[in-house]
Ligand binder design. Structure first.
Ligand code: T4K
Length: 408
């Protein structure tokens, strides 16, 4: 399909025109391994008839993660949320933990499941993450830890955060669910704080269908994490408050190993698509690509764009205009966790940067289903919508005045 079709507003699918893409393009990664490869790994599980409880594939995966990230311990678990719960429990802290509201709800819910309170901090306007100053602004005498989130694969000031937490004798954990393979090449994300957490959900660049991993360089904490992860008693067990079944299965480990095997290829392929987005977006006023940090490794897992607050069509308006074309762009993250149940009822100091990011960011499709050509068409679509922003906003408003984003 060529963009020739979008010469006038009536050509936009939202106003009755033909869709740009016949099949929806999701924002997620979702890499399918080759069928023979899949059959090979799953055939071997069938032959061994050993499905879970620290099987050989889980051990192989843990070794592969250790080697890839240069960490001492990798502990595979059922998903990223459970990874957070297990790590927080193993830390054995009480009181409350400073956390950004600008994150996926799982980050904060994991605190609740671990019996910990939370204090929301705002994030930095440029990096979209916590800084020591923002933590200091909300820290209370009950604060025993910080749970930073490395969003979009960019590091959450890990070294200054380590200094800060050491000085104040509070624990530091990172939610690194976006950041596998990212950070300074000599010390990748995974090597900071007491421990870091990865998600291997189907939508992530390393995908176990569902899965997660905790990494740490602390031998004692690793032993505690392994104890919390499972009810199996071993001589290496430590004294912990709670245990649960968080074990990863062999099927999940097989998926993750296949995914790790194609990680470098997938990062490069995403990088090529992102380059198309980058060069196209440069010429569209009001849309700014959130860039990786120069000089650091990145996994190109996300394509996140900020819609300027001065644009005649706001972020939600852009979503209304492009999603009917099959471009399943999404708000990311919105609303902030502080605006969601069960947190929305409590008094919360203003989080101006969080509010702005929740209003202005959108995530574009990226991953194995998106080719550079398709990214080019998406850029052309965005350029057309941006060039006609005022008219698109007015037409959307006529269509459904109550639609969020249809008006400014
Ligand atoms: N911390 C952070 C910072 C996180 O981002 C996450 C999870 C976590 C912690 C917790 O980790 P996990 O416990 O999830 O391991 C998705 C994912 O479920 C979630 O893993 C991810 N972050 C979050 C940001 O996004 P949903 O509910 O929005 O996903 P869903 O099902 O709507 O899918 C998104 C897109 O992917 C859609 O366009 C459809 C497409 N898709 C999805 C799946 C599952 C596919 O094409 N194929 C698929 O198999 O949460």
């Amino acid at each position: 399909m060529s963009m020739m079709g979008k010469a006038q507003l009536a050509n936009l699918a939202v106003f009755g025109g033909e869709r740009l893409f016949e099949d929806d393009l999701p924002v997620a990664q979702v890499y399918l391994p080759r069928r023979e490869e899949f059959d090979g790994w799953f055939g071997a599980i069938f032959d061994r008839a050993y499905y879970t409880n620290h099987g050989p594939l889980v051990s192989t995966l843990e070794r592969a993660v250790r080697d890839r990230l240069g960490v001492r311990h990798a502990i595979a678990v059922t998903n990223g949320t459970v990874a957070l719960m297990v790590a927080l429990t193993a830390l054995d802290i009480s009181g409350e933990v400073v956390v950004p509201s600008f994150t996926f709800p799982a980050t904060v819910q994991a605190l609740k499941w671990s019996g910990l309170g939370h204090v929301f901090a705002d994030v930095d306007a440029d990096t979209h993450m916590l800084t020591p100053d923002l933590v200091e602004a909300v820290r209370t005498p009950e604060t025993t830890g910080v749970l930073g989130v490395h969003v979009w694969g960019r590091p959450c000031a890990p070294e200054s955060m380590e200094d800060y937490c050491r000085r104040h004798r509070i624990a530091l954990l990172f939610d690194a669910c976006h950041a596998f393979g990212c950070g300074p090449v000599h010390r990748l994300i995974g090597n900071y704080g007491s421990a870091e957490i990865f998600s291997f959900h189907a939508t992530k660049i390393v995908n176990a269908a569902e899965g997660g991993c905790i990494v740490t360089n602390d031998d004692d904490l690793a032993a505690r994490i392994r104890t919390v992860r499972s009810f199996h008693r071993t001589p290496a067990d430590r004294d912990v408050r709670r245990r649960l079944n968080a074990k990863m299965s062999e099927a999940q480990a097989a998926m993750a190993l296949m995914s790790l095997g194609s990680l470098e290829h997938n990062i490069a392929a995403n990088g090529a698509v992102l380059e198309v987005y980058r060069s196209g977006l440069r010429d569209i006023p009001g849309l700014n690509l959130v860039e990786p940090v120069t000089g650091l490794a990145t996994n190109h897992q996300y394509c996140v764009v900020e819609v300027s607050e001065t644009s005649a069509l706001d972020r939600d308006g852009f979503l209304l205009a492009i999603r009917p074309e099959g471009v399943l762009a999404r708000r990311y993250f919105a609303p902030g966790v502080h605006r969601l149940a069960p947190y929305s009822g409590s008094t919360q100091a203003p989080l101006p940067n969080t509010e702005r990011l929740c209003r202005t960011l959108l995530q574009l499709p990226l991953g194995a289903q998106v080719s550079p050509d398709q990214a080019r068409w998406i850029v052309d679509l965005l350029a057309f919508v941006a060039a006609n922003a005022g008219n698109v906003a007015r037409r959307l408003e006529q269509l459904a005045p109550e639609m969020p984003g249809a008006s400014r």
